[in-house]
Each structure stands twice: as C-alpha cells, then as structure tokens.
Write a new protein. Structure first.
Length: 162
C-alpha cells in the first residue's frame, strides 16, 4: 500500500540550491510521483547568527513505514555532509517529515505531524503550493488556513522553480 508523505527541505550551507536539488533527486529514487514546490529563501529561526535558508516542500508516495522513511532521510542527509548539527543551526541539508498520511505519532524519535509545522511560514508557504487543501490531522485546518493565520510575510521570498 502506498502512503502519501509530505516533506520539508532546507539548506543554508554551501551551494544551497544544489543541496536541495540533489536531495530531491535522491528522494525521487526511493519514492513515486514526487511533486515539488518552488524554493524560498527564508531568515533563520531560533539561532539567528547564520546564513539564510533555502526551503522547499514535496509530496511523494511510498510503501515505507514512517520509521523506515525517517531512517532513509537521515541517510540522505548524512550522505550530503550532515553530521550532528546544532539545533536550529546551519546545515547543508535538513529534511523533515511534515505529514505521513493522517498518522498521528508521538514516539521518542518521531512526532507526526511535525510538531511546529503550523507555526512556520517557511514550511507552510511552499507546502501551500502543492497541497493547500491538505488537512492537519490534529488541528483540523487546511494548510491554506494555517498559513492565513500567520502574521505578515516578512522573512521569506520566492527564489527558484524546482
């Protein structure tokens, strides 16, 4: 059975655009029907003394379970130079599982849907391009509705078509 999965990607070290595109290429090799948003440049959250990020979102279909998917995404990040990044700090690549179907998981190493996705414009803006009517399984609001609840548009700008 294929599962619909949404991922958020970000990079703020090295050739950021190439990092995101390379990660998408690796993801497409383990998934079916990859749909990708445009890429946005965003100011960093949390640890602000770092370069801006490029962020994108994608939808894919997979027969992996969420824990297998998480392991494969960690392997992709590791293959691209991510070791043990500073929390919210600079990194060549960050991939988060935003939603995995309508699953709600609260395990020590995996929380779904992503616990802060509804607070982050850099997640919701690209996600709204590819899935505006996707409904958050806990909040019962669509991505478009969640995005409309955020204040302003500062800190994000469109950069590239993927």
């Amino acid at each position: 059975m294929l599962n619909e999965v949404y991922l958020g990607l970000g990079s703020n070290m090295g050739d950021r655009h190439s990092n995101v595109r390379q990660a998408l290429g690796l993801i497409s090799s383990i998934a079916d029907n990859l749909t990708v948003s445009n890429t946005y440049e965003t100011f960093p959250q949390g640890f602000r003394s770092q370069p801006p990020f490029l962020n994108a979102a994608c939808r894919l279909w997979t027969n992996m379970n969420p824990f297998e998917m998480m392991r494969v995404l960690f392997e992709i990040q590791f293959s691209m130079g991510v070791k043990a990044p500073l929390l919210n700090g600079p990194r060549p690549l960050d991939i988060d599982i935003l939603m995995y179907g309508n699953l709600v998981i609260n395990a020590p190493n995996l929380v779904l849907p992503h616990p802060r996705m509804h607070e982050r414009r850099f997640v919701l803006e690209p996600l709204s391009e590819i899935a505006p009517s996707l409904t958050h399984p806990i909040l019962k609001l669509t991505v478009a509705e969640l995005l409309s609840q955020l204040d302003g548009t500062t800190g994000i700008r469109w950069c590239f078509e993927n």
